[in-house]
Ligand binder design. Structure first.
Ligand SMILES: *Cc1c(COP(=O)(O)O)cnc(C)c1O
Length: 219
């Protein structure tokens, strides 16, 4: 086995400030790649497809904390509810209600992040500012005993314009701070990927989702 993955992982962890959680994004990567990171001591992995995530959960060590980082359809929540550690891409109140229902059935409280739309590209899913305010004001969160909103996640526009990326991350940090005023238990701000995580950290991220810088480029 090459030790490239373990080496890149170690360098990356070394460079991250204390208190920042690294989610190793293993989508499309095979079990041996994941196990190399696992043997190096890493336990938090992110996947963006339900089928791939559940298959890997079944095959791989049970102390791995699996994060669902992609768009999640309501009819697939039931497959993740028994084991998922964090659902990062909650992009609607209806999805949140479905997670609550499936969490109840599984006898768990499921940790979630609200995905917020910050990119100028309009192809990305997520809440906008008004929808967040509505969710906070509406009171429905209090009735959902089987979901716990731990904070927010967002993706910046895919661009070389670093000023724009910084602006978008700053806007998410502001929304997160606003949310914290109403719900001081929130503690996760997930922003930053291989190409932009340094900017994200400067703008207040405490969780980065990194794939290609650890595992190499995806096909
Ligand atoms: C794929 C993916 C990542 C990781 O992207 P890299 O550029 O490989 O680091 C992070 N977040 C989400 C939501 C992703 O889908």
């Amino acid at each position: 086995m090459s030790m490239e993955i373990a080496k890149r992982l170690a360098e990356l962890k070394e460079s991250l400030p204390d208190g920042v959680t690294l989610v190793a994004v293993s989508k499309t990567k095979d079990d041996s790649a994941i196990m190399e990171a696992y043997e190096a001591g890493h336990r938090v992995f992110g996947e963006n497809r339900v089928q791939e995530l559940t298959a890997k959960y079944e095959r791989l060590p049970k102390d791995i904390q699996w994060h669902m980082i992609g768009h999640l359809q309501r009819n697939k929540v039931k497959y993740l509810a028994p084991f998922v550690s964090l659902i990062q891409g909650v992009d609607s109140p209806r999805l949140l209600r479905e997670i609550d229902k499936r969490g109840r059935q599984a006898g768990r409280v499921i940790d979630c992040l609200l995905q917020v739309h910050i990119a100028e590209e309009d192809s990305k899913f997520g809440f906008d500012r008004e929808e967040l305010e509505e969710l906070l004001a509406g009171g429905s969160l209090r009735e959902m005993e089987h979901v716990r909103v731990r904070g927010m996640m967002g993706m910046a526009t895919f661009t070389d314009n670093t000023a724009q990326v910084r602006r978008e991350f700053a806007s998410l940090k502001a929304l997160y701070d606003r949310w914290l005023e109403a719900d001081p238990r929130a503690d996760i701000l997930s922003m930053g990927m291989s190409g932009d995580y340094r900017i994200a950290l400067e703008e207040g991220s405490n969780m980065v989702r990194i794939g290609s810088s650890i595992f190499g480029a995806r096909d």
